[in-house]
Design a protein around this ligand. Structure first.
Ligand SMILES: Cc1cc2nc3c(=O)[nH]c(=O)nc-3n(C[C@H](O)[C@H](O)[C@H](O)COP(=O)(O)OP(=O)(O)OC[C@H]3O[C@@H](n4cnc5c(N)ncnc54)[C@H](O)[C@@H]3O)c2cc1C
Length: 294
């Protein structure tokens, strides 16, 4: 029997039922495709993304917050950062733009750790954000990349065959280091050794101590983390100021042995004074050629 004759013999109500069973799921799939369910992908143009979670992880004069932003960031390369933009009340033509390094990013969200400076142009506004508010963001930006298995790039420059990474982090300068540590722990074949030295002013200002200790214990010996405070030492935090360190002292602290300088790299991120001091000391020492600064 031909199709037309077959359709003619089916009662109208039954035909309607068959058609709706076919058409309704089809309409649903078209709707899902066109509305792109889930958060938007982060991109190089400014766009607004929702705050999914806000946590204060350290109180005090300069609190530290975690903001989880609903932005898909699967393609954000390890080592890169994002930019945030807020209006500038004193000059609307020049908005305030600052960089932040996500500590974690996955298929559906991106986590930022931000220290709030009460006199800051940007951070007091970030502190006021609530869950459900939106934030202007773009990225990824920056030239630092960790490609895995001991290979770094900075623009056109490549550092490869790196067996040991010495990380120096001043305060929130720990954020890019966390990204790299997470990548090394997650990648089974990546046996690059890491020694992260976190420097803060006081023990109370030490950031993510528990999380970093956990990362160290689940790294299978690949990652070592040391904590230092310039004013007070307590528990596992040693009293030590970066300003008192010489080049050879810094290299020794990071566990880089004589003869292993070329297969090692020093990464550093922190306040200007911190970075300036380390650069000067390492330059004077002259034995480390692989140095990357955020
Ligand atoms: C590549 C990159 C990645 C960054 N990633 C992060 C991150 O993940 N988390 C984060 O919190 N910040 C990060 N920063 C710093 C951030 O971009 C801002 O500079 C910072 O949040 C201060 O902004 P602000 O406008 O509130 O303060 P500003 O208006 O710039 O400064 C206000 C006051 O705060 C003091 N101050 C500012 N920054 C520091 C500092 N680092 N140490 C000591 N005193 C300071 C200054 O003395 C100044 O008086 C990053 C910076 C760069 C370049």
């Amino acid at each position: 029997m031909e199709l037309a004759a077959l359709v003619e013999n089916i009662p109208f109500e039954t035909l309607l039922l068959y058609l709706s069973a076919l058409i309704i799921p089809l309409l649903f799939s078209v709707y899902n495709l066109t509305t792109s369910s889930g958060p938007k992908y982060i991109k190089k143009e400014w766009d607004r993304y929702p705050i999914l979670e806000r946590r204060v992880i350290s109180e005090g004069e300069r609190p530290v917050i975690f903001l989880t932003v609903g932005a898909r960031t699967r393609d954000l390369p390890t080592g890169s950062h994002v930019k945030l933009r807020i209006p500038n009340p004193s000059d609307p033509s020049r908005p305030i733009i600052k960089s932040y390094t996500p500590t974690r990013f996955d298929g559906s969200s991106c986590e930022l750790m931000i220290r709030i400076y009460p006199s800051g142009a940007m951070t007091p506004s970030l502190y006021k954000l609530k869950v459900g508010d939106t934030l202007e963001m773009m990225g990824p930006t920056g030239l630092h990349r960790y490609l895995g298995s001991g290979t770094f790039t900075y623009g056109k420059k490549t550092y490869d065959n790196i067996k040991r990474i010495g990380m120096l982090a001043g305060g929130t300068g720990v954020t890019p280091m966390i990204q790299i540590i997470n990548k090394i722990i997650e990648e089974e074949g990546d046996d690059t050794e890491v020694c992260l030295c976190c420097f803060n002013t006081t023990t109370e200002e030490t950031l993510l101590e528990d999380e970093l200790k956990e990362a160290m214990s689940k790294s299978g010996g690949k990652v070592e983390v040391k904590f230092f405070a310039s004013k007070t030492g307590k528990g596992t935090t040693e009293k030590l100021s970066m300003r008192s360190m010489s080049g050879p002292g810094i290299i020794k602290l990071l566990g880089i042995k004589e003869g292993e300088e070329d297969s090692s790299i020093i990464l550093m991120c922190g306040p200007d004074g911190f970075v300036k001091h380390v650069r000067k000391e390492l330059k004077e020492d002259g034995s480390m050629k692989n140095i990357m600064i955020w």
